[in-house]
Design a protein around this ligand. Structure first.
Ligand code: SPV
Ligand code: MG
Length: 432
């Protein structure tokens, strides 16, 4: 008897999946692969059920003979294990980012005479509704908030991109690329940067944009995305205010706030010692963290302490002393910042912190030392990498050039070829 293999990466079975099973049955014994959590996350499908629950769900479907765990989105492990005669999939993988996976599967199975069967993709109102409901569930505060801790456990390094609006949130939510190993990569979470949130309003990054405005930005992003959000909370403000903000943020579904150990008028860290900036004392800042942790009601919200010692040239020993003190005060993570062009001091900090503390997540923001790749950071024990301002900085020069061109030409025709086609904008934004 021949074997027909299909892989599911879903928490909810709909008509489309049943249609694939019905097709697969015509070709032989049906084996369903359950894509592992790790791989689901890589291709932008965050699971709301565990691997075991999903396997049970697939086993319970009529006509399924066997279910295996597939731990490789490229199918290598499943194909080596069961040598299917047919791999059955919706024909949606003949286009967009998934095409690379299909091409690889064709290559693997045609080497022994296997065949890929593309089943017309079912995209009716019911299927759309299931998709929407799943997305809606992921966007709910409880789900979204807890997702960051799960990502820290499940991925080698959590990749975070800045978002300062609904539109940039959509870019972070939807961007998927093929990496050099033929797998798909995407961002895991969003950073709501004080620099970008301020710049977008034409204001300096000095805690001038108040919390209500920051919450509005978060709300705009949340309306159209499902990925977890980390808020740049600047200094956290007065402890008496910070405790209220912790409650608001966790209720909204924000996963983490990062507050920096500065006091008085905060300026952007990348100014370094060019401007006057005052670092808070270990005692005061520890008390602020402890008060925040005491106010917090959910288990999964994270308060991450950001250390400015390297930025302010106070030295490595001071940075490490603070890291251990803030962890002892209850910080759920440490962000270490640097404005050096190379990552040596960041690596030294991470290695020395990890000698004594293997657990507490480390966060870094490689804006200045941008030559370092996320994989290398992970080798030094970094858990979260934040690309803090690149979308904002990318947009500004292009918008300025476009405005100049229209002004010079007295019309918009000259810029048209460099603009996003209307139909792409329409596709980017889903209608209900
Ligand atoms: C931000 O993005 O606002 C940050 C990171 O705080 S940095 O600009 O590097 O200080
Ligand atoms: Mg900031």
């Amino acid at each position: 008897m021949k074997t027909a293999y299909t892989c599911f990466c879903t928490d909810v079975i709909h008509e489309g999946h049943l249609n694939i099973l019905a097709h697969a049955r015509q070709y032989g014994r049906v084996v369903v692969g359950c894509l592992s959590d790790r791989e689901m996350i890589r291709c932008s499908r965050f699971p709301t059920k565990t691997e075991e629950e999903r396997m049970e769900l697939y086993k319970s479907l009529e006509g399924v003979d066997d279910v295996i765990l597939q731990d490789d989105m490229r199918y290598d492990d499943a194909i080596t294990k069961i040598h299917p005669d047919f791999v059955v999939h919706g024909d949606n993988w003949t286009r967009d980012a998934d095409k690379v996976i299909r091409d690889h599967v064709v290559e693997l199975i045609s080497s022994y005479g296997g065949q890929v069967i593309d089943v017309p993709y079912t995209y009716n109102e019911d299927v759309k509704k299931v998709d929407r409901r799943l997305n809606e569930k992921l966007a709910m505060p409880e789900y979204r908030r807890s997702r960051l801790r799960k990502l820290i456990e499940m991925t080698p390094i959590v990749k975070v991109m800045e978002a300062h609006s609904g539109l940039t949130g959509l870019i972070v939510e939807k961007t998927v690329v093929e990496n050099d190993k033929g797998r798909l990569d995407q961002f895991d979470a969003m950073w709501v940067s004080s620099l970008c949130d301020s710049t977008d309003r034409g204001k300096p990054d000095i805690e001038l944009v108040d919390m209500t405005s920051r919450l509005n930005t978060i709300n705009d992003i949340m309306e159209v995305t499902t990925k977890p959000i980390i808020l740049d909370g600047d200094t956290g403000g007065l402890t008496e205010h910070f405790v209220y903000n912790v409650r608001t943020l966790e209720r909204m579904g924000v996963s983490a706030v990062i507050i920096e150990d500065k006091t008085g008028l905060k300026k952007n860290s990348l100014f370094g010692t060019e401007v006057v900036q005052t670092q808070d004392s270990i005692e005061n800042f520890s008390a602020k963290i402890a008060a925040g942790k005491k106010a917090q009601l959910s288990d999964d919200f994270m308060i991450i302490a950001r250390i400015e010692s390297l930025i302010l040239e106070r030295g490595m020993e001071d940075a490490l002393e603070r890291a251990f003190a803030f962890t002892a005060a209850g910080a759920d993570g440490i962000m270490i910042h640097s404005r050096k062009k190379d990552p040596t001091e960041i690596f030294e900090f991470c290695d020395r912190f990890r000698e004594k503390n293997k657990e507490t997540p480390i966060v870094v923001v490689p804006t200045s030392f941008n030559q370092v790749k996320d994989g290398e950071l992970a080798l030094h024990g970094v858990n979260i990498v934040i690309y803090a301002n690149q979308l904002m900085r990318a947009a500004f020069p292009v918008m300025k050039k476009t405005a100049e061109s229209i002004l010079r030409a007295h019309r918009a025709q000259e810029v048209d070829s460099s603009l996003m086609p209307f139909k792409d904008i329409i596709r980017l934004i889903d209608e209900i």
